[in-house]
Each structure stands twice: as C-alpha cells, then as structure tokens.
Design a protein around this ligand. Structure first.
Ligand SMILES: Cc1ncc(COP(=O)(O)O)c(C=O)c1O
Length: 246
C-alpha cells in the first residue's frame, strides 16, 4: 500500500515533481484519499509538480472512494497533470492512445516534444478513443466485475501454495506474489531467474519484480480467460514446488 509517509520520506531538496500511479502497476494497490490529501498539501507547500497516472482509474474494486483529481486540483491545480490511457479500461492496448490534462503551456510544450518523438497518435486511434469515452460505459462496468472475479479466483488458486504470499489488490489487473521463499543461492537466485525459468520450462510469462525495483516478487496479469489463468497458476505452483526448498 503506497503511503504519504513513504513518499514524503523519499523526497529530497532536489525533488521537482512526483508521479503517482494509483491503482498501481504492478501491485494494484491504491493510495488512500487521506494520504493523497497529505501529499497534496506537501506538494502545495514545496512547489512540486504532481503527475497522476490514472490509467487504471476505472478498474477499482469495491467502490472505494478515489478522487485524486479533486483532491490535488484543490491544492495545486496550476502544477497538476492528469494522464490517462484508452489501453486498460477499454481494452485498447496496442492502439497507443493516451492523453494528458494540465496547464496550457505545459501541454503545448509536451505537444512540441511528442510530435518530434512519436509523430503523434494516428487519427483512427483518436476517433476510436472518442467513441470509447463518449459511448456507453456499461462495458467498463461489466468488465470490472469480470476482473474482480478473476482477481478473487487467482488469489484463491495462488493460496493453494502458502509460500506464494500475496496482498489483495484493490484495483488494476495484476497480482504481485512474493516468491522469495523459492529463491536460494544454489537454485533460482533472483526473481529474474525465477521468471526466466518459469517461462522456459512452463511457458508462463510473468514480469520479475526487479523491473519495478522490487526484487523477490513476480507480477502476474489476470487480463486473460479463467481457463488460461487456472492453467497458468497451476504451472506456476508446480514450477515453484519443483525448484524451491522442499
Ligand atoms: C502505470 C501505467 N502507466 C501507463 C501505461 C501505458 O499505457 P499505454 O502506453 O498503453 O497507454 C501502463 C501500461 O502498462 C501502465 O501500467
């Protein structure tokens, strides 16, 4: 769970901006509104910019209140950037379409930079995103329930091996189990080794925690069918038991 204390403990006098991603990749954890208020006040006092990556904002389970734009907007509207994406809520990964909302001069500068780096988003993808955003949001609500069922099911399957310890994600579509009980100096030494061997031996793709500065963990995505997930977790457990300490 990301906390204001952890974030404020990590800033230095050189900090100019902070990025908040909530619900977060890779853990699916949420920043609470109370902690968001503490960070917003600190950002107001310290002059930081705040960039909020809201790409999973529509994938929050259990109706938890999570209005970060309102909380930060009250305090630092002139140094706030909201970033979003069509990829997650609308299953449009691959369309490469996102957006940013912020002060005009910053968005103009971003446009200048982006037009010379990516040559901008193509117009077909832009029209598709307009249709996604302006159309009925029922499909998003329906998918949220499906994701929640998958989350609960995947957590239940992972719990069949208690040494795979896992926090319940509050949003997004990832679980982030701790695999450190299966690592050892003579076997799989790191979670990168674990993820590589799991791919080679069982053909299950995960992302090693090292990619997120969190060694000892692996990230699983449950943006997949329950059948595939059942098979994937079964292979993960078989693999972990075969390699870990007996
Ligand atoms: C936290 C976060 N931000 C941004 C993105 C980028 O999404 P896209 O480039 O597909 O819009 C991702 C994709 O995985 C993500 O997890």
């Amino acid at each position: 769970m990301p906390t204001a204390d952890a974030l404020l403990g990590a800033v230095t006098p050189n900090t100019r901006a902070i990025i908040i991603n909530s619900p977060g990749n890779p853990t699916g954890a949420l920043l609470s509104e109370a902690d968001a208020r503490v960070i917003a006040r600190a950002a107001g006092d310290s002059g930081w910019w705040v960039i909020i990556d809201l790409c999973y904002e529509k994938l929050i389970y259990d109706n938890v209140a999570h209005n970060l734009p309102a909380i930060f907007g009250e305090t630092i509207k002139d140094r706030l950037v909201l970033a979003g994406s069509a990829s997650k809520a609308y299953a449009m990964t691959g369309w490469r379409l996102g957006w940013a909302v912020g002060p005009k001069n910053l968005i103009q500068a971003s446009n200048a930079l982006q037009s010379h780096t990516t040559s901008n988003a193509n117009s077909i993808a832009q029209y598709a995103a307009v249709a996604a955003l302006a159309g009925s949001q029922q499909c998003v609500t329906d998918m949220l329930l499906v994701y929640q069922q998958r989350r609960d099911q995947v957590l239940a399957w992972i719990a069949e091996e208690p040494r795979l310890r896992c926090v319940t994600p509050q949003g997004a579509f990832y679980v982030f189990p701790d695999v450190s009980d299966f690592l050892s100096p003579d076997g799989l030494r790191t979670s990168i080794d674990f993820a590589d061997a799991l791919l080679a031996e069982e053909h299950v793709v995960t992302t090693a925690g090292e990619a997120f500065d969190a060694p000892g963990f692996i990230r699983l995505s449950y943006a997949n069918s329950l059948d595939q997930l059942r098979e994937g977790v079964a292979r993960l457990i078989r693999f972990a038991r075969a390699h870990g300490p007996k």
